[in-house]
Write a protein that binds this ligand. Structure first.
Ligand code: PGA
Length: 261
């Protein structure tokens, strides 16, 4: 069974105190109403907050902490970069890779994303591979081709291990308030799941979790959470507000993976 996920990408926001306040408020409020096992929550804060947030949560907390970025080399003279070992030793279990801001602002291409994904898997971290087309690709009817290439180049020569996730985030929907039509999101999630079945195995396709991301809010989350091939959300802007992210996480827990409940 796929446990549904509510993942928070804080990007370059919040002070350390604000990040810790989130821990104090969010965790007790979330588990006062729902079972710990009903939703997987991972927070991707700015990297310097990974360790203090992990410490504050405690080792037994069901909340995961993830990194927003990683470098593909194992270790060495790469000033300013962070390896899988560094991130894991600081308390990260998950890593975002291929996020559209990394692709389109920092210029990371599919090959770089693939090298980073390989490093995440080798260093026994859990990847959240982000894929998604730009508006011009969708308008030209090329959304699937773009996503397929992103998937194929990233996963080339690699196995899916340890609960890897894929987030479908149409670039034009990120941070814009223009969320994708649920019908389009389902169609792409179905395409991604079928692709994983062909590229890996039907068992992988049945277990891999696919998230939707792009202007998710408490108002629109239930439209996505109930879709058969969507197992939760990767939330940017709305995750910065504790109350909003709580509502989103609860809605995802209530709907279940792929809207099965
Ligand atoms: P958004 O960001 O929810 O602010 O659109 C999503 C993301 O970047 O993962």
């Amino acid at each position: 069974m796929r446990i549904p996920c509510a993942y928070a990408n804080w990007k370059m926001n919040k002070t350390l105190n604000e990040a810790l306040d989130f821990v104090y408020e969010f965790v007790p409020a979330l588990f006062s109403d729902i079972n710990e096992g009903s939703v997987g929550v991972s927070i991707f804060p700015p990297a310097p907050y990974i360790y203090p947030m992990r410490q504050e949560l405690g080792e037994d907390s069901p909340i995961f902490i993830g990194a927003q970025n990683i470098y593909y080399e194992k270790e060495g003279a790469y000033t300013g970069e962070m390896s899988g070992n560094i991130l894991r030793s600081a308390g990260a279990s998950h890593v975002l890779v291929g996020h559209s801001e990394r692709r389109h602002i920092m210029g990371e291409d599919n090959k770089t994303v693939g090298r980073k994904l390989a490093r995440i898997l080798r260093d026994r971290l859990i990847p959240v591979l982000c894929v998604g087309e730009q508006l011009r690709d969708r308008e030209a009817g090329k959304a699937r081709d773009v996503v397929e290439e992103q998937l194929a180049v990233a996963w080339e020569g690699q196995e899916v291990t340890g609960g890897a996730l894929i987030a479908y985030e149409p670039v034009w929907a990120i941070g814009t308030g223009k969320n994708a039509e649920p019908r389009d999101a389902q169609e792409m999630a179905d395409f991604i799941r079928s692709w994983t079945s062909r590229f890996f195995t039907p068992e992988t396709a049945a277990t891999i979790r696919i998230l939707y991301g792009g202007s998710v809010s408490p108002e629109n989350i239930s439209q996505y959470a109930r879709l058969p091939d969507i197992d939760g959300a990767l939330v940017g802007g709305a995750s910065l507000d504790t109350k909003q992210f709580l509502e989103i996480a609860k809605a995802i827990a209530e709907t279940g993976p792929g809207g099965t409940v």
